[in-house]
Design a protein around this ligand. Structure first.
Ligand code: HEM
Length: 419
């Protein structure tokens, strides 16, 4: 088993501010490496990652969280009391195919285009509330924007926004970064995961009795030819994933992209030429990939890059590395747009698990940036030189905050709410 890079790949790199230098070395020296620390095989090159993504019969998605081998007994007891949710992300065909056909209807590009006025309204409302003279763009704009949108689309009362955000944080830390928590924190996060499931069950039961014009009610009544409709618990199992995936990733795309745009001068280019927005969003997805990777389990012995991966092993597909592979892009370490072959990035996955929310994520990011550009064209970071601190997470590439100077008068002048 070749492990030399695997031995180096610890939390400080995996979760560190700049894993890209390490990825570049790995693509050359050891494109597939095993890490004892995480008990995962990391796949770093674009063509290899695509190969796995396009082979759902060889690589299963059923077991994709990165949990400690053994939970402390108190945590294990709470985890055992929780229903094991089956959703799009952790199922293989044929179960996945059925769920996906239902969800595809909910996120058709034509349906998503209809959410543009809602996204714009939410963005403007948030910008109206930014007071300045200094604001935290990440926590006051990038996070609440997609969270409020996805909650309103799904039909979750906004009074529960804070709870939902906390549940999502706990769930994602428990699923992908549990080793960063002590036992008491793990216990609290496990209890929080159970509360999230109960909450979603309850919400679905309410819609079964009294349907509304929202996603939950639509999922309950969607019929796909040849398949039974989704049951209440099946719909409830989809909700934590939709709420989590529907805001964390988009918030990070917005945050990472704003950091790049504002610290490199590209912001001013967009102010002069907003037609470049679409290209900027694609480059943001490629360059600073919001979800750095996901897990698969090899169902049979496989060889990738001359490395034998035994059946039953788990592989981590490093989208963040694949998106900087020089075999795929010229000057991959440079942030710039428009780019040739921009659409080949893997930030939204590929194959049967390709992100179902991709049209929504792209629309939200475009509108979110557009509103900011129009209302605050002279926007500047408080410190454009020092990259802000990031949260510790193997999957999410996420800043902790993004402080900027805010000119409230200018924002109002450019189309904000009443003074
Ligand atoms: C910039 C924002 C986003 C990024 C970077 C992103 C990234 C991804 C990636 C990489 C996958 C594939 C995972 C895999 O192959 O195992 C995925 C799947 C998924 N995403 Fe997204 N996502 C984003 C936004 C959204 C939004 C807004 C929603 C919900 C409305 C969403 C819901 C989902 C779901 C449900 C899946 C599972 C699809 C399946 O397994 O068939 N995502 N996403």
């Amino acid at each position: 088993m070749s492990t030399h890079l695997g031995a180096e790949f610890d939390e400080t790199i995996a979760h560190g501010p700049d894993p890209y230098e390490f990825y570049a070395r790995a693509r050359v020296e050891q494109p597939v490496f095993y890490s004892h620390r995480f008990d995962l095989w990391f796949i770093t090159r674009h063509d290899h990652v695509v190969r796995v993504l396009l082979d759902p019969t060889g690589f299963s998605s059923e077991d994709r969280s990165i949990k400690p081998k053994r939970w402390p007994p108190r945590v294990a007891a709470v985890m055992a009391s929780k229903r094991h949710a089956k959703h799009l992300g952790n199922t293989d065909p044929p179960a996945h195919t059925r769920l996906r056909q239902v969800l595809n209807q909910a996120f058709l590009p034509t349906v998503v285009a209809g959410y543009a006025p809602l996204i714009r309204e939410v963005a403007d409302d948030l910008l109206d509330r930014l007071a300045g003279p200094e604001v935290d763009l990440l926590n006051e704009y990038c996070y609440p924007l997609p969270l409020i949108v996805i909650l309103r689309v799904i039909g979750v009362p906004l009074d529960d926004l804070d709870r939902c955000m906390r549940w999502c944080r706990d769930k994602s830390t428990l699923d992908f970064a549990a080793e960063t928590l002590n036992e008491d924190e793990q216990l609290r996060a496990a209890e929080s995961s159970v509360a999230f499931v109960d909450y979603c069950d309850n919400l679905v039961r309410q819609r079964q009795h009294a349907p509304l014009d929202d996603l939950i009610s639509r999922l309950l009544k969607t019929r796909v030819k040849g398949h039974p409709p989704l049951s209440g618990p099946e719909v409830a199992d989809l909700l934590p994933l939709l709420i989590f995936a529907g805001h964390e990733t988009t918030a990070n795309l917005l945050g990472n992209l704003l950091w790049q745009l504002l610290s490199t001068g590209h912001w001013d280019r967009l102010v002069t030429d907003p037609d470049l927005l679409e290209a900027a969003v694609e480059e943001g997805l490629r360059y600073d990939t919001p979800a750095l990777g996901f897990v698969r389990r090899a169902l049979q012995d496989t060889t990738i890059a001359h490395v034998r991966i035994p059946a039953g092993s788990r592989v981590f597909l490093l989208f963040g590395s694949a998106n900087r592979d020089p075999a795929r892009w010229s000057e991959p370490e440079r942030f710039g747009f428009p780019r040739d072959r921009a659409s080949g990035h893997l930030a939204l996955g590929q194959g049967i698990h390709f992100c179902v929310g991709a049209p929504l994520a792209r629309l939200e990011t475009r509108i979110g940036l557009d509103r900011l550009l129009r209302r605050q064209p002279t926007l500047r970071l408080t410190d454009p030189v020092t990259e802000p601190e990031r949260r510790v997470h193997l999957v999410l590439r996420t800043l902790r905050r993004l402080p900027a100077h805010w000119d409230q008068k200018l924002s109002r002048l450019n189309g904000g709410g009443a003074a």
